[in-house]
Design a protein around this ligand. Structure first.
Ligand code: GTP
Ligand code: MG
Length: 243
């Protein structure tokens, strides 16, 4: 990347890991940052719109983060857990529930707020192929071309680890120089004894990706584990300098 084209995300080059061992679970957030995040997420969060084509995106007038991942990994559930609203985003047992790019406005842009964006799943989904192909094209265009996208959270099911569809997405993000951070989901289904191995394996996979942020967050939308920590990360990304 040349000096005249600064990274539009928050610094994949600066955060570039040098080995698998630099990937680690997130450290305990500072109390002030955790409190600022708690307040932000306790405030308003409203559904703005569902988008099915790039020209339907809202103006990029504030920072946004999105939740990407394979169908059924728990993206919409995580958004609900973060915002403490049970059914802000629709969830389902059936892969392919979310079929649009859904924008949620969190707080006010002049007070550290921004957009939270729930994406349709990539990879397998129980929906007609033509429809799934259309979502995939839209997701790729959005991830690579959205100027206000400050960080992508790539959700990986803790039981399954990184799959080929995740690899493809992470490679697209490397090429577009958009920082992504892995969130391991469904921690309540991962045996504590398996966690270190899971983190090591995922860390090894991430070492090949220059746009990967070096901290992982392990979450459960069922038990609330890791949710406050992830709120702090999101608030810090939406409000650089405060977190
Ligand atoms: P698509 O919209 O189809 O791409 O799926 P999604 O990634 O948004 O997944 P969703 O949030 O709809 O959740 C899929 C299924 O996983 C639902 O049955 C959820 O109840 C379940 N689920 C989500 N998060 C968790 C979790 O942390 N723990 C457990 N045990 N189940 C979860
Ligand atoms: Mg969903």
């Amino acid at each position: 990347m040349s000096a005249s084209t600064p990274p539009r995300s928050d610094g994949p080059a600066a955060d570039r890991p040098t080995s698998a061992f630099t990937f680690r679970p997130m450290a305990e957030p500072a109390p002030e940052a955790a409190e600022a995040a708690r307040k932000l997420f306790a405030g308003p969060c409203d559904f703005l719109k569902g988008v099915v084509a790039m020209d339907g995106l809202p103006p990029p007038d504030r920072r946004e983060v999105c939740f990407a991942g394979r169908s059924n990994v728990g993206k919409s559930s995580l958004l609900n857990a973060l915002t403490g609203r049970r059914s802000l985003a629709r969830t389902s047992n059936t892969p392919g529930r979310t079929q649009e790019i859904n924008f949620f406005a969190l707080g006010r842009p002049d007070a550290g707020g921004g957009y939270l964006v729930d994406l349709p799943g990539y990879g397998y989904a129980e929906a007609p192929k033509a429809k799934v192909d259309a979502w995939q094209g839209l997701i790729r265009a959005y991830l690579a071309g959205r100027v206000s996208l400050a960080r992508v959270f790539v959700l990986i099911d803790g039981r399954h680890g990184i799959k080929p569809a995740d690899e493809a997405t992470m490679t697209d993000l490397d090429r577009a120089a958009v920082t992504f951070q892995v969130v391991l989901t469904k921690a309540d289904k991962t045996r504590p004894a398996d966690r270190d191995r899971l983190i090591a394996t995922v860390g090894q996979g991430l070492a090949r990706h220059p746009a990967a942020f070096p901290e992982l967050v392990l979450t459960s939308s069922e038990t609330g584990e890791g949710i406050a920590a992830l709120r702090t990360v999101v608030a810090g990304v939406l409000t650089p300098g405060r977190g």
